[in-house]
Each structure stands twice: as structure tokens, then as C-alpha cells.
Design a protein around this ligand. Structure first.
Ligand code: HEC
Ligand code: HEC
Length: 213
């Protein structure tokens, strides 16, 4: 398990919130594990950042409602092993029991995701073009092939429809720099590296308005 630099944790976005969440999990860790436990953990710990039912209202915190079970399990395990680095999620998953992972994934996967609204309406049309056609000149693939119509995702492909603009932009930048490197076959790292800043912003503005299930 990744050791966490306490100073880094304090500097991480909601600072004390992370430590409080981690402490709360440590307190809960005594109880039996099951679906009811997952609901309790979701409603007392995860809710602080991911919102009610996983529909975060804070743009840097991802909506996790309606992501596939398979994808959520993979991400939680990647945070646990350090394959996906996050100064915020790292200390939280270090307090989760391995048997909490599957029920938490089942819970959030069954929640209904909400759509948002683009701030930059002009960017949406370029974003739509990228989503359906990619950019042949620079080798950016169409997103729809893997992320599905409406960005709904399935199995290992995450739902990206309705996701917050700043979160999507940050993840694409993290893939481009290699700060996020947990994508199988490097596919997202290669894709994001080929995208311009304008394409990244535009596709995020298009995605946020895509519908709930
Ligand atoms: C203090 C805020 C905070 C709390 C509490 C929190 N998270 Fe997160 N979570 C984040 C942030 C920030 C990210 C994005 C990390 C990154 O930058 O890669 C994230 C990412 C995730 C992801 C990956 C989402 C994706 O689209 O790839 C999952 C799954 C997740 N969290 C589940 C949980 C669960 C389950 C809990 C409760 C046990 C929880 N989180 C508690 C802030 C939080
Ligand atoms: C060949 C399939 C494929 C294509 C094409 C593809 N993606 Fe992905 N994408 C993935 C996979 C798989 C992941 C999850 C990686 C992991 O396991 O963490 C992902 C993850 C992401 C994430 C992170 C989601 C989250 O919740 O953290 C974003 C954002 C994203 N892709 C956007 C795009 C965009 C925009 C395009 C088009 C320009 C695109 N993807 C094209 C397969 C693909």
C-alpha cells in the first residue's frame, strides 16, 4: 500500500476534509461488511465530496453515480495499489477494507447520474465533432466508439456523459502528462497527448450536457 505524506494530504484540495473522512472510515472499520455497510460508508464518508447518491456538485470532484461496477472496482483498487495516484483518494481508500469495494461499486453503479450544462456554448460544436469523429489530422480517435452514445460507458469504459467540465479536463491533462497512467494499453495517454487544449476544453463542454441514463 502507498504510504502517504501527511503534508501532501493537508495541501490536497479539501485539506482537513480528507483527514476527517479517513478518520471516520477508521471508526467504521470495526463493523461487519455488506451492502448496508456500503450505504453507511457512502452516506457518511463519500457524500462529503461525491454528493448525494454520487452526483457531486463540486466540479473538481467526479460524479460517480452510474459508473459501471467494473470500472469503480478497478479505480478503487488502482487507488489502493497506487497505480492511480491521488492525494485525496489515497488516504481514503487506505482505510477501506477490501471487502467494502464491491458493495460500494454496486451501490454507486445503481444510482442515477445527472447531466449538467455547458458554460461555453460555442465550444460544444467542436466538442461534438471530436466525440463522434475524432481528429483525423492528429490521430485523435472518436470517443464514442469506446465511451458509447451519450457517453454512457459500459464495463471497463467509464461513463463520461454528464461529468463535470473541470474534472474531465484535469483527467485528460493527467493522461497527457502521464500523471494518470492506469489506462490499459496506454490508450487514453496516447489519445489525450494528441489533443489540443481547445479540443480538451470543447469535448468536456460537450460531455457535460449529455443525458442521464
Ligand atoms: C475528500 C473528498 C473525497 C472523498 C471523501 C471521497 N472521494 Fe472519491 N474522489 C475524490 C477526488 C478528488 C477524486 C478524483 C481523483 C483524481 O484526481 O484522480 C475521486 C475519485 C473517485 C473515483 C474515481 C472516479 C472516476 O470517474 O474515475 C471513485 C470510484 C471514488 N472517488 C469513490 C469514492 C468512494 C467510494 C468514497 C467513499 C469511500 C470516496 N470516493 C470518498 C474525492 C473524494
Ligand atoms: C479505445 C477505447 C477508448 C477511446 C477511443 C477513448 N477512451 Fe477514454 N477511456 C477509455 C478507458 C478504458 C478508460 C478508463 C481507464 C482506466 O481504467 O482508468 C477511459 C477513461 C477516460 C476518462 C476518465 C474518466 C473518469 O471518470 O475518470 C476520460 C475523461 C476519457 N476517457 C475521455 C475520452 C475522450 C474525450 C475520448 C475521445 C477523444 C476518449 N476518452 C476516447 C477508453 C477509451
Amino acid at each position: 500500500m502507498k504510504t502517504v505524506d501527511r503534508n501532501l494530504v493537508r495541501q490536497a484540495t479539501p485539506g482537513r476534509g480528507v483527514l476527517a473522512a479517513a478518520a471516520m472510515l477508521a471508526a467504521l472499520a470495526a463493523g461487519p461488511a455488506a451492502a448496508e455497510d456500503a450505504k453507511t460508508i457512502a452516506g457518511t464518508v463519500c457524500v462529503a465530496c461525491h454528493g448525494d447518491n454520487g452526483n457531486s456538485v463540486i466540479p473538481m470532484f467526479p460524479k460517480i453515480a452510474g459508473l459501471s461496477e467494473q470500472y469503480i472496482v478497478k479505480q478503487l483498487r488502482d487507488f489502493m495499489s497506487g497505480r492511480r495516484k491521488s492525494d485525496v483518494m489515497g488516504p481514503i481508500v487506505s482505510q477501506l477494507k477490501p471487502e467494502d469495494v464491491a458493495p460500494l461499486a454496486a451501490y454507486y453503479s445503481s444510482q442515477k447520474p445527472t447531466a449538467g450544462e455547458a458554460d461555453d456554448k460555442k465550444a460544444v460544436s467542436l466538442g461534438k465533432l471530436i466525440f463522434f469523429d475524432g481528429n483525423e489530422d492528429t490521430g485523435v480517435p472518436a470517443c464514442v466508439g469506446c465511451h458509447q452514445p451519450q457517453g454512457a460507458g459500459h464495463s471497463v469504459y467509464p461513463r463520461i456523459g454528464g461529468q463535470h467540465v473541470p474534472y474531465v479536463m484535469q483527467q485528460l491533462k493527467n493522461f497527457a502528462t502521464g500523471d494518470r497512467a492506469n489506462d490499459p494499453s496506454r490508450y487514453m495517454r496516447v489519445t489525450a497527448k494528441r489533443m489540443s487544449e481547445e479540443e480538451i476544453q470543447s469535448v468536456a463542454e460537450y460531455l457535460v450536457g449529455l443525458g442521464a441514463k
